[in-house]
Design a protein. Structure first.
Lengths: 378, 530
């Protein structure tokens, strides 16, 4: 069976090489996004009084930050799925691992302010542990944990990917074993003995780098930081896709056999983009945890990973802006539905899965382009 | 001969006499049981228990129910304002002043033990059995005469064996060394699983000090362990087989939809759930309209769960899956969406809680093969059911016209179409068949586990693992993979516990697939893409 992802040729792949990364229009858009992130959001949240119609509430700020974390995941998924044709159902694992690495640091930052006033995190006191397990070595150092945020998902992805791609596992097989991987990890993290808080995970964070987390300014800072990371990743992905390396990735997606016969060793191409994608998810997880205030093994459930795929699919695969739009659209809809009609959310999400795969193979971006083409606007 | 009969007769007479004289609860002993120092009271109770009678039984009950009162030298049982003399059972006028009897916890325990002891002489085998079980909790030497009496009267062979063991359990704590040694020998002969813990209890530091007895204990524990080991091993094999048969039953439907048709059906778990809910509905209908035939509801539930799931499958194929053939990753996402909607649909109609599905009486309980190995009937039935379904499916695929068409379409769709096969129709039938088998599996699952909206979610990863491990397109591979994983899982559970075993199995599968991407049984072919 032919396992290429997009039989109908995607738009991006035939574009001629872009000499400079951004056109003039692109530069303007990037500058505008930067301005919104760095100036407008902080001003609206901190400076504008709460009574004003333009005030951006703390809730809105943290929701925006959260969604931008998801958007990073969707972007990472797009690199591996949209551009390389490998559907991962285990990206939630990398996201959660990054989150756990951050969470460990945050747990240590609680210090003696926990319920039990111990040097150890509360759950360890509760389990009657006298010392932290070896996995916690170095968890007091911010730098070390930040390295782990990318190193752990990256290393796991590298090892797993090396063996999987070397055996030429592809298509659905690959998707299913990544799902098994995240499922196994979820079971592992649910255990108290694993040493990461069991099914409660980590929560009750107090401060980060000594600064309290539950303040408006911290929230805005994290949100802006997330936005900058997202913008950075976006530009990085754009550079990757336009490069020769990116072209090979897209060739692998469209006809891996031919790429192999042309003399490319696809293993290293796939492995490098796969590892990079996992590391991006790790960063997203690390940004997510302090903003949401909790990380637990639920993030590793197969359902969470599939949701990442649906953000990408809804927005439009093989476009870089698509996954970001998709993440905003789906998680925005989720925030609204779960408040307004909680019992209909799963119907909506399910219908979205079906509708997008049946009617919108190019996602929202494809739909907009189609409508624009029909209206005669270029 | 005559002399012997006379002898027996004399013995019988003497025994009857002894019983009749000693059995009467004297007013003095009744008072000794009811008032005084707790130690003395318990001693009096034990002494009286050697010769139990109805009066003593009533007194113990009354003491436990706080209806026993003391008036002077008399112990009275007062119910509804009427008094009965405890020692004789005769009615007596209720005196103006009566004292309550106060029983502390220790006294109450002794009384409960005594109450259990009366059960030993009940006419009902069940009550006697319960009494033995209860006495096991409070086994000490003081009740020995009681057990001896019960042993003499016991007619049921299995209860007799239990009593012997109870006696040994009491003797093992005896102060007489020889009695302890004898008891160990008696216990070694027993096949009860509890013997092991009993013996080990004695081996704990400070409990048994005599080196000779300790040595006897060590050998006894070894013998008992060896004997129990067989039951444990067989138990692991059986639970492994049971889990394996569930796994391959669950994966069999997927082996058709995914293995033969190439549809990544993430809603497979929800088709299981539909089968289970269909069983639940059939059960409710039987309970309401045909309570007499309730035991046979499962017979009706089997075809109906098949039909319900097959119908849902056919609808799904016609509306969604049909448009996605050849695009496996899209199918995966779309069917995941379907599964979300089906879960929510069931929540809307049946609520988010689990629904109760009761086993028919002939499926509850089990058969005891070894003292420490009981095989539940529902698990045995599922093993047979799984193989029965397997036989049916393989016959259907290999011998019928529909099976021929399904094979033809999966092997070469355009050629089959040229030969006049309506491939679209065959697709629907094949998918409905796979869905229906999932429904059958759901019906089976309802007999061993919880039925709730999340039922399918727990099985989706497992069933894909089984199919992928077995080799896509291979029914036989699915069977071996299912059974193998089940037994492997249960063997690992003995070593590592359930969760770690599951993780190890998953990691094993992931590694295995990396080594051998085509599964255990690979289809031989020349395709570079395979």
């Amino acid at each position: 069976m032919n396992t290429t992802t997009l039989p109908s040729s995607p738009i991006a792949s035939i574009a001629p090489p872009v000499p400079s990364l951004l056109t003039l229009r692109g530069k303007v858009v990037v500058a505008a996004v930067l301005a919104i992130l760095v100036v407008i959001i902080p001003v609206l949240n901190v400076m504008v009084p709460a009574t004003s119609a333009f005030h951006m509430s703390d809730y809105a700020v943290s929701l925006l930050g959260k969604i931008m974390c998801y958007a990073i995941c969707a972007l990472a998924m797009d690199l591996i799925w949209g551009y390389t044709g490998i559907l991962s159902l285990g990206h939630g694992l990398f996201f959660a691992l990054g989150g756990y690495a951050m969470g460990m640091y945050l747990m240590r930052q609680i210090g003696r302010d926990g319920v039990y006033h111990s040097d150890l995190p509360d759950f360890m006191v509760f389990l009657d542990w006298k010392t932290a397990p070896w996995t916690w070595a170095g968890s007091e150092s911010f730098i070390f944990q930040m390295i782990l945020v990318v190193a752990v998902p990256g290393l796991l992805a590298f090892i797993f990917g090396y063996f999987a791609f070397r055996s030429r596992i592809k298509g659905v097989y690959f998707s299913i074993i990544t799902q098994a991987l995240t499922f196994a990890a979820m079971l592992l993290f649910f255990r108290n003995e694993t040493g990461f808080g069991g099914n409660n995970g980590f929560t009750d964070f107090k401060r980060i780098l000594g600064i309290p987390t539950a303040t408006s300014s911290m929230r805005v800072t994290l949100c802006v930081l997330t936005g900058l990371v997202l913008l950075g990743f976006y530009l990085m992905s754009k550079a990757i896709i336009a490069s020769k390396y990116g072209r090979v990735l897209q060739a692998i997606r469209d006809a891996e056999g031919r790429v192999l016969f042309t003399g490319y060793n696809t293993l290293w191409y796939k492995l490098s983009i796969w590892t990079l994608s996992a590391m991006m998810c790790g960063v997203a997880g690390a940004l997510y945890v302090p903003q949401v205030g909790i990380i637990n093994p639920g993030e590793m459930s197969p359902a969470a990973s599939i949701e990442i795929a649906i953000w990408t699919a809804v927005g439009g695969r093989a476009t870089l802006i698509g996954p970001i739009i998709g993440a905003f659209f789906v998680t925005g809809a989720k925030s609204w539905f779960t408040v307004a009609f909680p019992e209909y959310w799963l119907y909506f999400l399910g219908a979205l899965f079906i509708a997008v795969t049946l009617f919108l193979p190019q996602g929202i971006v494809g739909l907009v382009r189609k409508l624009a083409a029909k209206g005669g606007v270029k | 001969m005559l002399r012997r009969i006379t002898l027996y007769g004399l013995l019988l007479f003497a025994w009857l006499f002894a019983v009749s004289t000693a059995s009467a609860l004297s007013p003095e002993s009744a008072k000794a049981i009811a008032v005084g120092d707790n130690d003395d009271r318990i001693k009096a109770l034990s002494a009286a228990l050697v010769t139990p009678d109805d009066n003593l039984s009533n007194l113990v009950e009354a003491l436990l129910a706080d209806t026993a009162k003391v008036a002077g030298d008399q112990v009275l049982i007062v119910t509804d304002g009427k008094a009965v003399i405890a020692a004789t059972g005769a009615e007596a006028p209720l005196p103006a002043v009566v004292e309550d009897v106060v029983n502390n916890n220790r006294m109450r325990q002794a009384l409960e033990g005594a109450k259990a002891a009366f059960g030993l002489f009940s006419d009902s085998v069940r009550v006697r059995n319960n009494a033995i079980t209860e006495l096991r909790e409070s086994a000490d030497e003081s009740k020995l005469p009681l057990i001896d009496r019960a042993l003499a009267k016991e007619t049921d062979a299995s209860l007799k064996a239990k009593l012997e063991q109870l006696r040994a359990a009491m003797l093992i704590a005896s102060s007489d060394k020889q009695k302890r040694l004898d008891a160990i020998v008696a216990l070694t002969a027993s096949a009860q699983p509890s013997v092991k813990s009993l013996l080990q209890e004695r081996m704990k530091a400070g409990v048994e000090t005599d080196p000779e007895v300790r040595a006897a204990l060590t050998t006894a524990i070894k013998t008992v362990e060896d004997r129990l080991a067989w039951g444990e091993r067989l138990g692991v094999v059986f639970t492994g087989l049971s889990l394996g048969s569930i796994l391959f039953l669950v994966a069999l439907g997927l082996a058709i939809t995914y293995g033969l048709m190439g549809v990544i059906n993430m809603a497979h778990g929800e088709l299981l759930m539909i089968g289970a809910y269909a069983t639940y509905l059939v059960q409710n209908v039987f309970r309401k309209f045909m309570p007499g035939a309730f035991d046979y509801y499962i017979i009706a539930a089997i075809p109906l769960s098949f039909l319900a799931a097959a119908l849902v499958g056919a609808i799904l194929e016609r509306t969604v899956i049909r448009w996605l053939y050849g695009r496996p990753l899209e199918t995966l996402l779309a069917t995941w969406g379907i599964s979300l909607m089906l879960i929510q649909l069931v929540r809307t109609f049946f609520g988010a809680q689990n629904v109760p599905v009761e086993n028919p009486s002939w499926l509850s309980g089990g058969v005891q093969v070894l003292p420490n190995l009981t095989l539940p009937f529902n698990r045995i039935a599922i093993i047979f059911f799984a193989f029965f379904v397997l036989a049916g499916v393989s016959l259907l695929i290999s011998k019928t016209r529909l099976g021929l068409f399904v094979r033809g379409v999966t092997q070469n769709r355009s050629m089959a179409a040229c030969m006049g096969v309506n491939t679209a129709k065959i697709d629907t039938y094949a998918f409905a068949l796979g869905a229906g088998i999932a429904g059958l599996a759901g019906c089976a699952l309802s007999q061993v586990g919880n039925v709730g909206p999340d039922l399918g979610q727990g099985y989706i990863v497992d069933s894909f693992m089984v199919v992928v491990l077995g080799g896509v397109g291979q029914l036989a591979g699915t069977v071996y993979a299912g059974l193998g994983l089940g037994v492997l899982n249960k063997f690992l559970e003995g070593w590592t516990g359930a969760v770690l075993a599951k993780i190890i199995v998953l990691v094993f599968i992931v590694v295995f697939i990396q080594r051998r991407p085509q599964g255990i049984f690979a289809l031989k072919g020349r395709s570079a893409e395979a």
